[in-house]
Design a protein around this ligand. Structure first.
Ligand code: NAP
Length: 409
């Protein structure tokens, strides 16, 4: 039986999960591919750590040793940082290897170049693990929704942020206490900036944008806000309205432009995101034929992420059918969505008196439910720097309020 030889770059949480899964699911690989999958080499950084790997595996700190192997079919990358990762993967493609990556920061920056290079070299790129860990959202978009016109994707794409927001609500804890808990559980790094300031979700949103729309918005035009402004008071006010805070990435195409944002929003019970708790991730895909699909599951972790990568291993090793090829579609084709001119409901904190907006309810001291157009709130925010305001995805049930009468403040 012929053999597929694989190298794994990195033997941390993800790399070790991939190695163990290739061992534990050998029979499934053989059944699906008709070939044996063998890990020929593993790249690590620190020679002195003990690693539980078979003697036949080349364990090395030198990537060139891996490239020099007599047979190498697939390079699976699970290291960190943009470099040297990007350079390693370019070399692997030039050598004629398929590549698979979990590294979203690197792929958001260099994915297009790697995909272009892979086409020239007639190899494939698997990157399922870069977005939403174990949830097969990328292959759903690349392979299963090729004719549907996707108009909008929304996702809870960062498990750490979602965990912190869930803890704050359930345990009535502060942001700082919940962040500490996330760090103790191993969900957040010692430096949590990437997660709590929305960079991680932003990179994932850009990867999704390229798949669905064939392009990305200008990165500097994307509204990116983390969860650090969410206080216990805001969470309690949202609960009174039967709403929950979720950190949501949103990507749509409107009038030919890609509009994207990554920020905390409020959702009600009717929205699937309401029930996505802890480190779970979820993605809503809105498209014209099928309607809305929601995919939900583990967004990180050793085996969920390994699952994404080893399914990619099968994908790159098999003959690959044509993928989704995003065509330019007009706004009329997809129906128009909310514009900045339209009035919608917002939860607002720090709004000065005489702001000229419609007050629906003072939910708690200084925290208001108002109705306003986004463009008017943006103007107010420029004039009153202390304001924070959060939109509500979908409908709000006004019957939960004490009074229905509205006034202008
Ligand atoms: N953890 C998750 O749940 C998850 C989910 C989705 C995607 N990802 C992505 O997957 C990648 C790996 O994450 P992880 O959690 O597995 O990280 P990790 O536990 O910190 O492991 C990183 C591994 O990469 C190796 N490494 C780092 N720099 C290297 C270099 N320059 N040359 C060779 N090896 C190097 C380290 O070697 P040593 O062991 O020698 O230190 C370690 O084995 C990241 O890009 C991450 O964003 C992670």
């Amino acid at each position: 039986m012929s053999i597929i030889k694989v190298a794994i770059l990195g033997f941390g949480t993800v790399g070790e999960g991939v190695y163990r899964t290739i061992q534990s699911h050998a029979a499934e690989f053989t059944a699906v591919l008709g070939k044996k999958v063998e890990v020929a080499a593993i790249l690590i950084k620190n020679k002195h750590k003990n690693r539980d790997v078979g003697e036949e595996v080349l364990l090395t700190t030198d990537f060139d040793e891996i490239l020099g192997l007599p047979q190498l079919d697939v390079v699976i990358e699970a290291i960190v940082d943009k470099e040297p990762t990007f350079t390693f993967l370019k070399k692997a493609i030039a050598r004629g290897c398929h590549i698979i990556t979990a590294n979203k920061e690197m792929f958001a920056h260099h994915g297009k170049e790697l995909l272009d290079l892979s086409k020239k070299n007639n190899v494939s790129v698997g990157y399922e693990a870069t977005v939403a860990g174990g949830i097969p959202v990328i292959q759903t978009l690349r392979q299963l929704l090729k004719i549907n016109r996707v108009s909008l994707i929304q996702g809870i794409l960062n498990g750490t942020s979602n965990f912190i927001l869930s803890e704050m609500r359930e345990k009535k804890q502060s942001f700082a206490e919940s962040l500490c808990q996330a760090q103790e559980n191993g969900y957040a790094e010692a430096d949590p900036t990437n997660d709590i300031e929305g960079f991680d979700a932003f990179y994932k949103a850009m990867i999704l944008s390229r798949i669905v729309f064939g392009e990305e918005p200008e990165w500097r035009d994307v509204e990116r806000q983390g969860i650090t402004s969410i206080t216990s008071e805001l969470i309690a006010a949202a609960e009174k309205l039967e709403l929950r805070f979720k950190h949501v990435a949103s990507i749509s195409r409107e009038d030919g432009y890609i509009i994207a944002s990554v920020k905390p929003v409020l959702v009600g019970n009717e929205n699937p995101f309401y029930h996505v708790e802890g480190v779970e991730n979820a993605v809503n895909v809105h498209s014209d034929i099928v309607g809305r699909i929601t995919l939900q599951g583990p967004g990180a972790g050793m085996f969920p992420t390994a699952s994404a990568m080893i399914e990619d291993l099968v994908y790159v090793c098999q003959s690959r059918p044509a993928e989704r090829n995003a065509v330019k579609i007009t706004a009329e084709c997809i129906g128009s969505s909310k514009t900045v001119e339209q009035k919608e409901y917002w939860l607002v904190q720090g709004l000065a008196e005489s702001s000229g907006v419609t007050l629906v309810e003072e939910v708690s001291e200084g925290i208001l439910l108002i109705e306003a157009a986004k463009k008017d709130l943006d103007v107010l925010a420029a004039q009153q720097p202390g304001i924070c305001y959060f939109s509500i995805l979908g409908e709000i049930d006004l019957s939960v309020l004490n009074k229905a009468a509205v006034t202008v403040i």
